[in-house]
Structures are given as structure tokens and as C-alpha cells.
Design a protein around this ligand. Sequence first.
Ligand SMILES: Nc1ncnc2c1ncn2[C@@H]1O[C@H](COP(=O)(O)OP(=O)(O)O)[C@@H](O)[C@H]1O
Ligand SMILES: [Mg+2]
Length: 376
Amino acid sequence: MNRASTTIDPGTGPKAAPSTGQIGDPLLEARHLCVDYVTEAGPVRACDDIDLTLHRGEIVGIAGESASGKSTLLAALGRLQRPPAVTSAGQVLFHGRGREPVDLVRLSEAELSPYRWVEISIVMQSAMACLNPVMRLGAQFVDAIRAHDPQASKAEATGQTAELLRMVGIPEHRLSAYPHQLSGGMQQRALIALSLACRPQLVLMDEPTTAVDVVMQRQILGQLMALQAELGFAVAFVTHDLSLLLEISDRIAIMYGGKIVEVGTPEQLYAAPRHPYTQGLRRAFPPLTEPVRRLNGIPGSPPDLTQLPPGCAFAPRCTKRIDVCESTIPPLLEIPGGAAACHLVTPENPAGAWDADDNLSLEALEIEEATSHDQA
Ligand SMILES: Nc1ncnc2c1ncn2[C@@H]1O[C@H](COP(=O)(O)OP(=O)(O)O)[C@@H](O)[C@H]1O
Ligand SMILES: [Mg+2]
């Protein structure tokens, strides 16, 4: 059974098939990217040797529990990180159309300016942190549009603003509202519209719907997917909720302890996740469509990055660990359809620790849950 493709309602939910069919060349490439937080006790590595390529028009999901380094990675991809975070090694190559790739890590603030909002924009969890509280909504859009297109007249910019807001379902008369006069869901949709104002090639989204309720979340995601299909921008979407990503992504990267531990298509990660951590996340987040979503957390807690174990960071919580896991960090091994960093995943055994019993026990868990919901 592939729930990933059967539970999506194309009428109301995000796009049915997680692909616009428009995935193109590499757009942004992280190469051996390391990001440290400089603290009094020394540097804390929150992103460790990250290799990740985002292609034009592609939706890449990044999932993992809190403290796995997702937000740090997303900010570093857009060169948006602030002290004490520093990119300590590696490259972030931006491939402009018909131009040589540019390493964003090497650019000065002034050199970065043509990329920000124009090529790469960001949507954060809290819209209020990004919207200017003392400026009317319309004025913020007009400013953003004209900052990057000084030729645009105020009337043209206002016209474009109304169009952007219409695309996310905000009525034109709201242009004169202040951000606090909008509901949380509307603020979030306004921020998504603002992020698209300069028609960027890539939108970085950090838990953009975590602060709104589930119904609003589905509405916003549906609109986002429709906009993405229409405009063709690429998205890097960070959330702790793997089942949400299974519905919207073309490809998913799983992070744990500052590293990418698995990469795969939603179909792959749904049907047969290879890393025991991904398997745990699959259990932790039942499909969004489930009437009552009971979250079964993974026993134990994410590692303290200042005290990582010598071997695999997940080993202390892993029910499938073997001796080598406690002494040696597994490399991210490329395997058909993705990659995984687990000693049980080898070229000879790309399925890793996943076996049919896992699927059976997952099914059993889902049935047991459904029954207990019925009884409740
Ligand atoms: N301002 C900070 N100062 C020091 N360390 C930080 C700071 N922000 C994050 N970190 C470190 O980076 C880790 C990952 O944080 P973050 O990228 O926010 O994870 P996520 O988004 O997956 O929850 C944290 O667990 C912490 O160790
Ligand atoms: Mg975060």
C-alpha cells in the first residue's frame, strides 16, 4: 500500500503527484557545508558536511526533530544566518541562468543584495517577525517590488501587489491593513505572497505553517502548491512533520544531529525508509488525513550537539544498532533513489534495516490506532 499517493485529495489538498514535471538543472548546491555557532565554550557544529542540491522547480523537504539543524541549514543556504552562526567550511553554489555558478559563502553583504528576495527569498514560521508592524501591508509590497525594480511606478507596483495577494486569497481592500489587523493565517499567506514579489527562483520556507491550525495549514499548502505549479520556483521546505513533506515534496532530506542521514523520494520514504531514524519519524507522524493524529514520538531525545557520541548520533536511540554504530560515524552512502547514512545500509543491502516486518508492524500500529480512535 502506498498511502502517500492514496490519501491526497487533489481538490482541497496539496498537489496530488509531488512533481510539477518541471524539475530542471541544479539551482543551488551545498557542498561540504559546515555551520558553527560560536559560543563561549567553543564552536558548536549545527550543520556538518552537508551536501544537498536543489534543482530548478523542485520542492525539497527537510525534516527532523527539533535541534537537528534544519533552520541553521536553511538560513545558511540563503546566506541569511546571523551571528553567532558562521559558515565555517564548504560552498553554497548559486547557478544563475546562463552564468557561471557563484559561491554565496564568499560574497560580501553588498554583493549578496542582488540575490536576496530577487533570486532567493525566505518565509519564516512567525510572519509577524518578518512583516513590518508599523507599515500598511500594501506599502510593504510596493517597497519590496520597487527596491528591486526601480523602474516600476507606484501604480504598477500596487497592481502587482493586488495580483500577488489575490493569488494567496487575500482581498484587495486588505492592502490598507496593518499586519496585526490580519489573522495568523492571513499574515502567513501575506508573507508567502511577499516572498514571491520579486519572482525569485528559490523560496526557503522554515516551518511556514506550524503556527496556524490544521485546516488553515492545508489551505495555505494548497495555495502554495498551486502557485509553485504556476510560477515554477523551487522550494526548500523545513518542518519537523514528515508526513506533511510526504505530500508536497519531490525529494526529502532527513536531518539528525546536524547531518543529513537519509535522502529519498516521498514514495521511497513512505514505503521503505532506510534509516532507522526515518522509520521512527514515519511512526511519529501519521498521515495528515488521519481524523485524529496521535503522535508517537521516538523514545529518547535528540543529541546535545556539544556532546555527540563517537559513532552514529542516533545509535543511543536506535533499536537496530550493531557494535560498529557506537564507534564509527556512518558516511552518507548513495544508493538507488537516494542516500542513507547507516551502517546497515550497504551497496549490497540498500534496504538497510527495513524489512517486511516493519511494514507489517506499521500497518498494525495504524490499525490499532484507528480502532482506538473509534473507541474513543
Ligand atoms: N543562537 C544559538 N546559539 C548557540 N547554538 C545554537 C543557536 N541556535 C541554534 N544553536 C544550535 O544549533 C542546533 C540546531 O538548531 P536549529 O538549526 O535551530 O535546529 P532545528 O531547526 O532543526 O530545530 C541547536 O540544537 C543548538 O545546539
Ligand atoms: Mg527550526
